[in-house]
Ligand binder design. Structure first.
Ligand code: SF4
Length: 249
C-alpha cells in the first residue's frame, strides 16, 4: 500500500514528462519518484533496530561504514553488555573502541559515542525521550552541537529516532537527484540545498520522509549505482542522465 502522504499530489504530471527542473512541477515529480520507488521496492522498514537508542548508536557507527560492518560492531556491543547509552557512558573510551573495531574509525567513533552519552547525562539526566521530545529545529540544533554529529547523523536521529520530519541527505540521495536533474544544479551545491529540495516541495511528513530516504538508498544499490544500470529503471522516463545514456547506446 502506498502511504497516504504520497498519494496527496499537489499537481498531476503532464504527459509526456517535462524537464524536472521547472519549480512548479517539483512537488509532483518528487511524489512521482517516491511512488515509483515504493511500487518497485515496497516498504523498507527503516530503521533496523529496536528503539531510539539503537538508532543513535547505529547512526554514529554507520558513518563511513557499510551496514554489515556496523552489524558486527553492534553484535560486539551486545556481547560486551554495552548496548545502551548509559553503559557506553560508563565504559572507558579505549575499551569501547576495541569493542566497536569492526565499524572502522573505531577510536573516533568511540569518542563520538561517549560524547553523545555524556551530553545526554549532563543535559537531560539520561532521559532520551525527554531530549527527543523537543521541536524539530531545537532538537536538530542541539544534536549538531554534540561532538561528531554532523547534518546527516543529526537528521538520521531526528527522523528515525525522534520520528520528526527532517529529510536525510546522503551520497546516494545526492547522486540520484543529480542524475535525475530534479531542481537543476541547486540541490547538488550543498547538504542544505539538497535537503531544501525535499523540505520545500513535500509535506512535512515523517513517515513519508522515512520511507523516501530508505527507498532512495535501496535504488542507489539496486540500479543507480556508481555505474548506473538504466535499462529497466523505474525512473528512466524522468531521468535526464538515463535518457542520454540510452540514447548514446
Ligand atoms: S535512469 Fe539510470 S541514472 Fe537515472 S535514476 Fe535510473 S539508474 Fe539512475
Amino acid at each position: 500500500m502506498i502511504p497516504l502522504a504520497a498519494r496527496r499530489r499537489t499537481k498531476k504530471l503532464k504527459s509526456p514528462v517535462q524537464t524536472p527542473s521547472d519549480p512548479a512541477d517539483l512537488p509532483a515529480i518528487l511524489l512521482e519518484v517516491h511512488q515509483r520507488l515504493y511500487q518497485s521496492y515496497g516498504p523498507q522498514g527503516w530503521w533496523p533496530g529496536d528503539g531510539p537508542a539503537d538508532v543513535i548508536i547505529g547512526a554514529i557507527l554507520t558513518q563511513a561504514a557499510t551496514w554489515s560492518n556496523v552489524e558486527m560492531a553492534i553484535a560486539n556491543l551486545k556481547q560486551a553488555g554495552c548496548w545502551s547509552l548509559e553503559a557506553i557512558d560508563n565504559q572507558p573510551e579505549e575499551v569501547l573502541a576495541e569493542i566497536i573495531r569492526p565499524s572502522g574509525y573505531f577510536n573516533a567513533k568511540a569518542r563520538k559515542l561517549k560524547a553523545f552519552a555524556r551530553h545526554l547525562q549532563v543535559n537531560h539526566a539520561g532521559d532520551l525521550d525527554k531530549m527527543l521530545s523537543q521541536e524539530t529545529g531545537p532538537l536538530r540544533d542541539e544534536l549538531l552541537s554534540i561532538h561528531g554529529i554532523g547534518p546527516e547523523t543529526a537528521d538520521d536521529i531526528v527522523l528515525y529516532a525522534a520520528g520528526k520530519p527532517s529529510f536525510v541527505i546522503d551520497s546516494y540521495t545526492r547522486r540520484i537527484v543529480q542524475r535525475l536533474g530534479i531542481g537543476g544544479e541547486e540541490p547538488s551545491k550543498s547538504y542544505d540545498s539538497c535537503q531544501a529540495l525535499f523540505h520545500d516541495n513535500l509535506p512535512a511528513d515523517a513517515p513519508l520522509f522515512n520511507e523516501y530516504h530508505a527507498l532512495l538508498d535501496r535504488h542507489a544499490k539496486e540500479a543507480c549505482a556508481k555505474t548506473p544500470r538504466c535499462h529497466g529503471c523505474c525512473l528512466l522516463d524522468l531521468c535526464d542522465t538515463g535518457k542520454q545514456a540510452l540514447a548514446s547506446d
